[in-house]
Write a protein that binds this ligand. Structure first.
Ligand code: ADP
Length: 284
């Protein structure tokens, strides 16, 4: 803009000089100044539009950050308060072995949720500082996925995860922490948004030089308009008042960043007949 302005000013001075001598150049110069003025105006409008969109983007991010702080405080407080209550009940009441086991299972469930939230916050800050790099080792993914499924089944005391694995064991170079964090977040979301009343499917397949895995559920799925935003940091569908489920808006951001850092791709597909399907592809 500054260059355009200087160029324009230079020509105006030149025109004033020429006006004193030749009349014929006046109309030519007027046309030139008008068109240059138009270009100048368009650039100015473009600049203003850019500033406006960046202000809107900043405002949205700061709104999401406020929501994040509010919801993360709640997310951290809830399991701590619940665990305190479970322990106090075990301490004060004479409960049957069955009741004790039930309360302990619930406390472990809350504890694991807390662990995932804290891991997510730590991973997000490490990813931001480029301090999280994958250390890939040849891993039997069938075994890794089985232990993850077992953990969830134990935690919820319900065998709600259906596995669809390729018959041959999939041995692939992966970072175990990355894969566990990706699975934990995707399964946790499927539980949160679809519930464990309907089955949740964890699938794993191996193609030439690639391994493909994903989580499918039978919940409400995600609308086309929202699909492009769900992987953004702090993004949550709906607004804080209408949203029934608590969360931090960090889960899918971390999943997509981990997949990218690992050199893979993640995509959202609608599940058939309904629900969400998050699919990850890793290349060897
Ligand atoms: P959070 O769950 O903490 O809100 P995420 O980053 O994990 O944050 O998810 C972003 C948004 O994507 C969620 O707010 C939710 O609306 C939507 N979402 C994620 N997983 C699912 C799913 N399996 N089914 C429906 N909606 C989902």
């Amino acid at each position: 803009m500054v260059l355009q302005f200087a160029w324009w000013g230079y020509h105006l001075i030149e025109l004033t000089e020429e006006l004193k001598t030749e009349d014929t150049v006046v109309s030519k110069r007027t046309l030139m100044i008008l068109s240059e003025g138009l270009v100048f105006f368009v650039i100015l409008l473009f600049g203003l539009w850019k500033i406006r969109s960046s202000i809107i983007k900043d405002l949205k991010l700061s709104q999401r950050q406020t929501n994040f702080l509010l919801s993360v405080t709640h997310e951290l407080k809830t399991p701590i308060a619940a665990n305190k209550l479970y322990l106090q009940t075990i301490q004060k009441r004479s409960l049957s072995e069955e009741q004790q086991k039930d309360l302990i299972a619930k406390a472990i469930q809350e504890n694991e949720r807390l662990e995932l939230i804290i891991n997510n916050i730590l991973s997000a800050s490490q990813l931001e500082n480029n301090a999280l790099n994958p250390h890939k080792t040849s891993t039997n993914l069938n075994e890794l996925f089985d232990s993850c499924i077992e953990r969830f089944h134990r935690r919820y005391q319900n065998n709600f995860i259906v596995k669809e694995f390729h018959t041959n064991p999939t041995v692939f170079p992966v970072d175990v922490f990355f894969v566990e964090t990706i699975l934990d977040n995707l399964i946790e979301n499927a539980i949160k948004y679809a519930g464990i009343e309907h089955s949740i499917t964890l699938y794993l397949d191996k193609k030439e030089g690639q391994c493909v895995f994903g989580v499918k559920d039978e919940g409400p799925g995600i609308s086309i308009q929202e699909q492009k935003s769900i992987f953004s940091k702090f993004y949550r569908v709906g607004n804080e008042e209408t949203r029934a489920q608590k969360g931090s808006g960090l889960g899918l951001f971390i999943v997509s960043e981990l997949v990218k850092t690992h050199g893979g791709k993640i995509r959202y597909k609608d599940n058939s007949p309904k629900g969400a399907n998050f699919e990850v592809t890793f290349v060897a």
